[in-house]
Design a protein around this ligand. Structure first.
Ligand SMILES: [Zn+2]
Length: 258
């Protein structure tokens, strides 16, 4: 498990740790002989449109961006909740991109917890397992306009734990809602100790620091870090084996994560 200092000083090591969690057989196999120059796995990309109808990131556009920035592989995250984006990005698109470029793109899958699903957790497991069988390596981006431990959200965590894939979440004051100290996240982490969570979003990053107010979870942090941040506490207080960080945006990167 990485602590905050290790992550911030060794971002590449953080992504390598994630790669281990994804349990991709042969993920690095080709790299030992072919392309030693590429060093990074980008764990947070999207294909399609976000809020601007005239702007679309195509698969080719993503691959070009990866080439320009020395990124060997990228995780492609669907966005399936109405609060997550203006233009939804469905799982099938991510899976197709992964099938077309298995050496470069790592598809995740996503379903909104409020979606009509027969059979409760069992039904979710069936759906998620089918996506895993088609190549999905994780769940997310989980960016849902509900409390982080809403019963519907907990069903998704339970299903992902059963299937055995990691879940990448987003926390702010609209999506994956929590309180200062991230008690709702802690509830989910301690309830599903075998689920690998990947942390992301303003509310997550703000929680590097202690002394937060509710409004602080709604934006990327600007002030000095105060002791007592939830990120320092939760991974160690949970019984889960893994808790890793999405990349931190705003520091030396060329665009913004959503
Ligand atoms: Zn995103």
């Amino acid at each position: 498990m990485l602590n905050r200092r290790q992550f911030l000083s060794h971002t590449a090591a953080g992504t390598a740790s994630l790669a281990g969690m994804l349990t991709l057989p042969g993920l690095y196999a080709a790299e030992t002989t072919a392309k030693p120059a590429s060093k990074y796995i980008d764990v947070h990309t999207h294909i399609g449109r976000y809020t601007d109808p005239t702007k679309e990131l195509t698969v080719d556009g993503l691959l070009s961006w990866m080439d320009e920035h020395d990124v060997e592989k990228a995780v492609v995250l669907p966005l399936t909740s109405p609060e997550s984006t203006t233009f939804l990005q469905l799982t099938d698109v991510a899976l197709a991109a992964g099938k077309a470029h298995p050496d470069r793109l790592i598809p995740f899958c996503s379903i909104d917890p409020r979606q009509m699903v027969g059979g409760g957790v069992k039904g979710l497991v069936k759906i998620i397992q089918a996506w895993v069988d088609q190549g999905a390596k994780g769940f997310g981006e989980h960016k849902v306009g509900l409390d982080f431990d809403d019963p519907l959200m907990m069903r998704v965590y339970e299903a992902c734990q059963q299937v055995g894939i990691p879940l990448l979440f987003h926390i702010d004051n609209i999506r994956g809602k929590d309180v200062p100290g991230l008690k709702r996240l802690e509830h989910a982490v301690s309830t599903f100790p075998e689920l690998n969570f990947i942390g992301h979003g303003p509310g997550w990053w703000a929680s590097i620091s202690g002394g937060l107010e509710q409004k602080d979870l709604g934006g990327y942090p600007k002030g000095k870090v105060q002791p007592g941040g939830a990120i320092d506490r939760i991974p160690h207080s949970s019984t889960g084996p893994h808790f890793v960080w999405d990349r931190l945006f705003g520091a030396g990167t060329t665009r913004s994560a959503v």
